[in-house]
Design a protein. Structure first.
Length: 265
């Protein structure tokens, strides 16, 4: 693949990820990771590291897109600071642990686990499962453990963690606005710590292509960031025009196809 075609592909991926994030209310990582795996394969990057490189690059992009989202929620006052601070230590420790788990898994095993996670998310969307609101705020230990689980799974699969943080915060008594806003803030430390740890874990790997630092591919990072943020606004506008149930089922079908592709690979 030529450099121009590769960059155009990355720009298109960022546009698609941003649009779907705004349209379906999910993090772009769930789209970015599988497409990057495919793109890296076309570039001849060894399959042993494509999954790790895709996850690390996805987390790096979420640092930028997540910062934009978190800032918007902060300005609207929808971030519940005490809950964010209670989750923060677990999020950071979990993110480091998730990357170390990923670093000790083969690309095939990591891809299979990613596929299973995507299939579970697709099932949730088809069934229309939503968190049951609660009123009891867990103690510091429960928040620490919850943060650790969210951070580990998010860093392991290159996502922002909203699919897990929002239900948890809702059960803690947060309104949906607070849950989404606080979840957006939680995604930022997960992505930052996860991306840095992926860079360290992949440092000096002989299989890495040019323009990669550890397990972060910089051309993909810059191109995706450039287009994903503005196209997220396009997705939000479309979400207010198109039928919600049809959108949810179509996206669930797409996730199911992606998940089966990774599981059966």
């Amino acid at each position: 693949m030529s450099v121009l075609v590769t960059l155009l592909g990355y720009l298109g991926l960022g546009a698609a990820a941003g649009t779907m994030a705004g349209l379906f209310g999910v993090g772009g990582g769930i789209i970015i990771v599988p497409v990057l795996v495919f793109a890296f394969g076309l570039q001849g990057i060894p399959s042993d590291i494509t999954m790790h490189l895709a996850v690390g690059t996805s987390l790096a992009t979420i640092v930028i897109t997540g910062a934009s989202s978190a800032w918007g929620h902060f300005r609207k006052g929808s971030i519940h600071r005490p809950w964010f601070m209670a989750l923060l230590p677990g999020l950071m420790l979990g993110a480091i642990g998730g990357v170390f788990i990923a670093g000790n898994l083969s690309g095939t095993v990591l891809g299979t686990l990613f596929g299973i996670f995507v299939l579970l998310l697709a099932t949730k969307m088809v069934l229309g499962l939503s968190p049951k609101p609660g009123a009891r705020v867990p103690g510091k230990l429960a928040m620490l453990v919850a943060g650790g689980v969210v951070g580990a799974i998010s860093a392991l699969f290159g996502i922002g963690g909203g699919a897990m943080t929002v239900p948890w915060l809702s059960r803690c008594g947060a309104s949906m606005t607070q849950a989404v806003g606080t979840s957006a803030a939680c995604g930022l430390p997960i992505a930052a710590v996860g991306a840095i740890t992926f860079i360290i874990m992949g440092w000096g790997n002989p299989l890495l292509p040019a323009w990669a630092t550890g397990f972060v591919m910089w051309p993909a990072f810059f191109a995706i960031v450039l287009t994903s943020v503005p196209f997220a606004r396009v997705g939000v506008r479309l979400a207010h025009v198109l039928p919600a149930r049809v959108l949810r089922l179509c996206f669930a079908f797409l996730l199911a196809v992606v998940g089966l592709r990774f599981v059966l690979a």
